[in-house]
Design a protein around this ligand. Structure first.
Ligand code: FES
Ligand code: FES
Length: 176
């Protein structure tokens, strides 16, 4: 599949246009860079910042593997230009653990066997994180809705939903 989608692939093809300045905060760190104006945010995160946790699946905004949180909202980083993130605050899967300790959400994914092949996991975690940030006590339907844009080809959504439920409960109890 990669190779058919030009700039949405892992390897960015430089447009030859003049680079554009970009300032943003990624996982709490201030970033300043000059980027090709056609570079996707996904390629910027992976290839420039070496944050390889965010994955590329479809490269077309369909599968959710590249989901990150930008200014509090989930976005598919494969269909956003890096320059659109100018001034933004970005959270990627690398920003979930603190001081070397996995977050409750990550711990529950492990405990509930929600990882399976793991390719979709970073995107699932980011969609779940955004959900729990706006709704600490989601219903099963709300969890399904929040994860609707994240495809898991291992067909195992039940452990993923259980992990989010369990993380929500633990966060309510432990992070009061
Ligand atoms: S890789 Fe971005 S939505 Fe599939
Ligand atoms: S764990 Fe394999 S695609 Fe989701």
């Amino acid at each position: 599949m990669c190779g058919e989608h030009g700039n949405n692939c892992f390897v960015h093809v430089d447009s030859g246009l003049p680079p554009v300045g970009l300032k943003c905060v990624v996982n709490g760190e201030e970033i300043q860079a000059c980027v090709d104006p056609t570079m996707t945010l996904l390629n910027f995160l992976r290839n420039e910042l070496k944050l390889f946790g965010t994955k590329e699946g479809c490269g077309e905004g369909e599968c959710g593997a590249c989901t990150i949180i930008m200014n509090g909202e989930t976005v598919n980083s494969c269909i956003i230009l890096a320059v659109e993130a100018d001034g933004a605050e970005i959270l990627t899967v690398e920003g979930l653990a603190k001081d070397g300790e996995l977050s409750i959400l990550q711990q529950e994914f492990i405990k509930m066997d929600a990882l399976q092949c793991g390719f979709c996991t970073p995107g699932m975690l980011m969609s779940a994180r955004a959900l729990l940030d706006r709704n600490p006590n989601p219903s099963e339907e709300e969890i399904k809705e929040a994860l609707a844009g994240n495809f898991c080809r291992c067909t195992g959504y039940i452990p993923i939903i259980d992990a989010v439920k369990s993380a929500a409960k633990r966060e309510r109890e432990e992070l009061k």
